[in-house]
Design a protein around this ligand. Structure first.
Ligand code: AMP
Ligand code: MG
Length: 479
């Protein structure tokens, strides 16, 4: 398929007009291609030569429309840092339509009814971060939205510093958020709430379409998917930074990449968002916050689903579903295939000892993948090896109960624990080069993002411990 043959559908527009605002993408000055993701292009069967087609830049810049495209911004509300905001919505994102189950969306292409006076634009810095990180997360096996391409421009934006505008073409199987339901709940528009639930079932949970109990089952699936997402975030060491309910996907995807960070030295209390003074969205709080956010979703759904049934499910989430998903993920990461009751304790000990050992999260699990009883490689990477040692005593005991050989375990662990993740200082370096017109570092990081488990000798330096001056630094929300 090429850009002339793709035809989009816009099922969302069959909903009532209150659900969206029809918009027109507004171009940026002298646009140029920064990067194109071949891996994302394959999702929609897009010809890989499209990278060199000038129409691709025109598409991102709003001067070329795909067949069937009818751009719209979606309305939603949400709890931001614990406080309800009734009026959010796509303030700078424009949906073009769906092809092959993927909703195409431009981010940074101008304002909408939901922009609240802001410019509708996205800075090149945050756009490169979202573009690269969403691709990286996918290749790490973490549910996420995707990104097909990114353009830069000469258009200047007023942020903390002057920045240049960019546009990312994002793809998602759903753009519906917890906050999409909250919007109608707080306005007491229960018929619209129900219409949204039917839409979500059709788009995201089609196997439930004919089920009489479909709303409740949808809620249960959202819980399961959210637990899986959070377990994956915790396992890989990802701190989202802005877990507001408007940034929570109904499909349990990672969406809206802002001041996120991968952990450097394992720090349970790490807060990547400089604006988050109390650490509401710290790395360690993410499971608790997911529960809080699901509670808000259950409130929003209460006119169409029994509160008691949802509360029971939420109790299960807090007590079993969420912690068990995490234990399962840790079991995978530390190479265990037998499931023992004592694994909960082993996981807890791992977290507290990692926290005390000042060891790089990614490097720890990668090094552990090679573990054959010789502890010195693990001691070498930790500032406080005593804590590592404490946990390895438990791990050695636990390994005795495994049926898999050390070689088999190592092979599996090397496919689960990445050698490469995109840390903020790496992204920042690529951004600084891109700002000077050199996109080679963006391409390098895209390549690394696509091969996180491989040994890549030419990129070995990206696999080492984070340089001291870049460790555990936060970012602002400004984007
Ligand atoms: P975010 O933190 O990017 O997920 O955005 C939170 C809300 O603010 C969403 O409703 C965004 O669409 C909106 N927003 C953020 N930045 C801008 C901008 N530059 N112009 C218009 N709306 C924005
Ligand atoms: Mg958002």
């Amino acid at each position: 398929m090429n850009l002339d043959t793709i035809t989009l559908q816009t099922p969302y527009l069959s909903l009532d007009e209150e659900f969206y605002n029809l918009v027109q993408p507004q171009g940026i000055d002298e646009p140029y291609l920064i990067s194109f993701s071949q891996s994302a292009a394959k999702l929609i069967d897009l010809d890989l030569n499209t990278k060199d087609d000038p129409l691709f830049i025109d598409l991102l810049n709003g001067s070329f429309s795909l067949k069937g495209s009818r751009p719209f911004a979606m309305c939603y509300a949400g709890h931001q840092f614990g406080h309800y905001n009734p009026w959010l919505g796509d303030g700078r994102a424009m949906n073009l339509g769906v092809t092959q189950g993927w909703n195409l969306q431009l981010k940074g292409s101008g304002d909408s009814l939901y922009s609240r006076g802001a410019d509708g634009r996205a800075a090149v810095r945050s756009s490169i971060r979202e573009y690269l990180m969403s691709e990286a997360m996918h290749h790490l096996g973490i549910p996420t939205t995707r990104a097909l391409g990114i353009i830069g421009s000469k258009t200047k934006l007023i942020r903390k510093n002057m920045e240049k505008a960019a546009v990312v073409l994002r793809l998602s199987t759903s753009w519906v958020r917890f906050g999409s339901f909250e919007y109608f709940y707080y306005r007491k528009q229960h018929t619209k709430l129900e219409a949204l639930a039917e839409y979500v079932i059709k788009e995201s949970f089609p196997h439930l379409e004919k089920d009489e109990d479909r709303f409740f089952k949808m809620f249960c699936e959202v819980l399961e998917r959210t637990a899986n997402l959070i377990a994956k975030w915790q396992g890989i060491g990802f701190n989202h930074g802005v877990m507001n309910t408007d940034n929570m996907s109904i499909e349990g995807l990672t969406i809206d990449y802002g001041p996120f960070a991968m952990l450097d030295d394992f720090n349970y209390n790490f807060v990547c968002n400089n604006g988050d003074r109390v650490g509401r969205y710290s790395y360690g709080q993410q499971p608790n916050i997911s529960y809080w956010n699901l509670t808000k979703l259950s409130e929003a759904l209460s006119p169409i689903i029994s509160k008691d049934r949802m509360q029971k499910k939420l109790d299960d989430y807090g007590e079993f579903i969420c912690p068990n998903a995490y234990i399962k993920e840790i079991r995978r990461k530390i190479g265990l295939i037998e499931e023992l009751d004592t694994d909960a304790q082993l996981t807890e000990e791992l977290i507290s000892n990692l926290h005390e050992s000042y060891v790089d999260h990614t490097l720890f699990f990668r090094t552990l993948s090679h573990y054959n009883g010789d502890r010195s490689p693990l001691y070498d990477i930790a500032m406080n090896p005593v804590a590592i040692d404490k946990w390895l005593i438990l791990y050695d005991e636990r390994l005795k109960k495994e049926t898999r050989s050390q070689e088999e375990r190592k092979k599996a662990m090397l496919q689960i624990n990445p050698k490469y993740v995109l840390k903020n200082h790496m992204l920042q370096e690529a951004i600084e080069f891109a700002e000077k017109g050199d996109f080679s570092r963006v391409e390098n990081l895209l390549y690394i993002a696509e091969h996180p488990y491989d040994e890549l000798p030419e990129f070995e330096h990206y696999a080492s411990d984070t340089p001291e001056e870049h460790k555990n630094t936060g970012l602002s929300c400004s984007s």
